[in-house]
Design a protein around this ligand. Structure first.
Ligand SMILES: [Zn+2]
Length: 304
């Protein structure tokens, strides 16, 4: 995949991603790195993708610049994650020109309410925020399969002559994800059921925990930017000790200091870093790359 720079005037401008030599019929702008990956999987050579959020960027804090807004004018379709992740969508919608469509992909995916997510927690007191929806729907192979179908339908509506190709790409990608999911289940079977507990910085793996049967210990709650109080910390240390948790997992993009402190205080393993916000780089920028990496790190730390 080569990068074609429409404009080099601003270092922050996003490149359009297209297959070299292919005349893309559809121009799709994305507001989440994993949607860039998915749009390429489903769109193939017929779609040029404008990845507004570059790999590695924090999706919780991204906000489009005026230059990004200008670039959006070149897109036929804009893909957002939805589920309240992008608090700027109202402003973005107001700036769309006639004929442009904004699609919140997460709208078609069943939500994990934070009240339900509490049932996945090893200790309910660890979640500081009440109400609302867990935005991290991308941490589920099944949700990615759903999202692939949503994109195939949207691409087919916007570019009817290629409808069959989009459906076929989505089906092939969904099959690959099914295989990945089966592989993950086989890997996780190496972890004794009572050890299937993920202590991380923020509540980012709710959909993942639901899909693969893990309990969660998000030390800093939903938002890692809200500093944990000494009571939160004490509760986390207590839960980790009481539940005989084997490891704590730092997350890409979140300061690991607090987790390192908890690991040394409790004597548990400080495991390899997980990619929980779709913010991996290089081979870990894709869903499949990040997912495979996470499964391996979890098994490495939790299997006896
Ligand atoms: Zn997150």
């Amino acid at each position: 995949m080569k990068l074609r720079f429409l404009c080099k005037a601003f270092g922050l401008l996003a490149p359009w991603l297209a297959v070299p030599g292919a005349a893309a019929a559809l121009r799709v702008a994305t507001l989440h790195p994993l949607l860039s990956d998915l749009a390429q999987q489903v769109g193939g050579p017929q779609v040029a993708v404008l990845a507004l959020v570059a790999p590695g960027v924090d999706v919780h804090h991204f906000s489009p610049s005026p230059q990004h807004m200008e670039q959006l004018a070149g897109a036929d379709l804009v893909l957002a994650s939805g589920k309240q992740l992008e608090n700027y969508l109202g402003k973005l919608r107001d700036n769309l020109r006639p004929g442009q469509t904004l699609l919140e992909v997460g709208k078609s995916i069943p939500s994990l309410e934070l009240s339900e997510a509490a049932a996945l927690l090893e200790s309910p007191g660890l979640e500081h925020r009440h109400g609302g929806v867990d935005p991290h729907w991308w941490n589920s192979a099944e949700n990615m399969q759903r999202a692939a179908r949503v994109l195939a339908t949207a691409f087919a509506q916007a570019d009817a002559p290629q409808a069959a190709a989009y459906q076929a790409n989505a089906a092939a990608y969904a099959k690959r994800l099914s295989e990945l999911k089966q592989w993950a289940r086989r890997e996780f079977s190496k972890i004794p059921p009572e050890q299937r507990k993920l202590a991380t910085a923020h509540l980012s793996l709710g959909y993942f925990a639901q899909e693969f049967g893990f309990r969660l210990i998000p030390v800093q709650g939903l938002n890692p930017e809200i500093p944990a109080t000494s009571q939160d910390l004490a509760a986390a240390v207590d839960t980790i000790r009481r539940s005989k948790v084997r490891a704590v997992f730092p997350e890409q993009g979140v300061n690991p200091k607090l987790l390192a402190k908890i690991a040394s205080e409790t004597g548990v393993t400080f495991a390899g870093q997980l990619i929980a916000d779709g913010n991996g780089t290089g081979p870990l920028a894709s869903f499949a790359g990040a997912f495979e990496h996470n499964v391996k790190e979890i098994v490495r730390a939790l299997a006896p």
